[in-house]
Design a protein. Sequence first.
Length: 262
Amino acid sequence: MNFALILFVLLVVTGLVAAVDRLHFSKTRRQGEKEPWWIEYPKSFFPVILIVFLLRSFIVEPFRIPSGSMIPTLLVGDLILVNKFAYGIRLPIVNKKIIDIGEPRRGDVMVFRYPEDPSLDYIKRVVGLPGDQITYVNKRLSVNGKEIDLRSAGDYLHKERMSFAKRYEETAGDRPHSILIEDDAPAAVPFVKQFPFRENCTYNAEGLACKVPSGHYFLMGDNRDNSSDSRVWGFVPDANIVGKAFFIWFNFSEPSRFGSFQ
């Protein structure tokens, strides 16, 4: 469901009713006559919808984490906020950038429209920028020939399935973040889809190597062995970017996670 489009339609409809009433119907009503419901309700809702639309389109948008691909950074059920202007001001609905403010940086957690189905929003971590050479071999990430720093951080217990994974601190950007690696999972990508610029990637039993094309990004989940990401379905074009995730504001199962996002 395209909530932005629904919100825009409601904004247009309520705005038109308010405008037509001010220009025509209000002048024909007798003094003290009550507004009909089909004018009163849209006029009341219009300013609320306008504020929500502007905030959601240009400032900040809430999202709910639906899967475990970003564990341990983000858990299923986390309610997060996404900065809509960190990577530039974009027109709502069409998502066209009109003001360039900044670009995604390696290590950012980014929300984007899934390349195969833009009606779906995904969230992953940026590991490759335009022009980067990315290799992920034997579960070690390298960018432009330099292996990303990785240090052991003990074990992580998956509460939902009562099993352990190895936890590591990886520094792909300005500061370290946690990732999970399961020793018994294969190093090779289990399946690969056909995607634009597929010829930029090579796969083997040890992993993959990809050259990120201009205007695109390579993203991976922090739960490395349980994430369908750019290794499987390819690069994310700049036109699909929604914003930068930056804050956990609630989780109904774990209220203590407020503000714990890094």
